[in-house]
Design a protein around this ligand. Structure first.
Ligand code: HEC
Length: 132
């Protein structure tokens, strides 16, 4: 009986963690890329660095500009932006060696981990956003 209950609990949590349209393999790939290309600045926990590097974790900017994510990652950015009421104005370098598939994985990792979204983007929609 105990084994059965344990099993039910495990299956229940697995189902909760893996929302139907979240490809966990892709998110894991995105995490590896994040550690290589982004974590130096935005930090592993996505909290950024003081008033110099903006946070990704719970950043209102991401929630309001979801469709810009692929292009921000590919082209970098340099403008005056408000994120969670703090102003940032440093340069983020481009990542123009990353493929569309790698950018898709990164976008989905950032969305899932830092914006707590389960509405992840398909490779096709990321491609469209990159070509806009
Ligand atoms: C050299 C440091 C650096 C690296 C590396 C870097 N960024 Fe940034 N990032 C910044 C800075 C600085 C800004 C703010 C730019 C501005 O003010 O225009 C920013 C802005 C952003 C934003 C929009 C603002 C926000 O916080 O929501 C996103 C999203 C983002 N970066 C994601 C990434 C991702 C994903 C990677 C890895 C592919 C990455 N960045 C790599 C420094 C960096």
């Amino acid at each position: 009986m105990r084994v059965v209950i344990t099993l039910i609990v495990v299956v229940f949590f697995a189902a909760c963690m893996e929302a139907p349209n979240v490809n966990m393999q892709q998110v894991a790939h995105g995490q590896q890329l994040y550690e290589i290309h982004c974590a130096n600045c935005h930090q592993l926990d996505g909290k950024g660095i003081a008033r110099i590097i903006p946070p990704l974790l719970n950043a209102d900017y991401i929630l309001k500009n979801r469709n810009l994510l692929p292009k921000i990652i590919r082209n970098g950015m340099q403008q005056r932006i408000f994120i969670n009421r703090i102003i940032y104005q440093q340069k983020m370098p481009n990542n123009n060696k990353l493929t569309d598939a790698e950018i898709t994985a990164l976008v989905n990792f950032v969305e899932f981990r830092f914006a707590k979204s389960t509405q992840l983007l398909s490779a096709d929609s990321v491609k469209n956003l990159l070509n806009k």
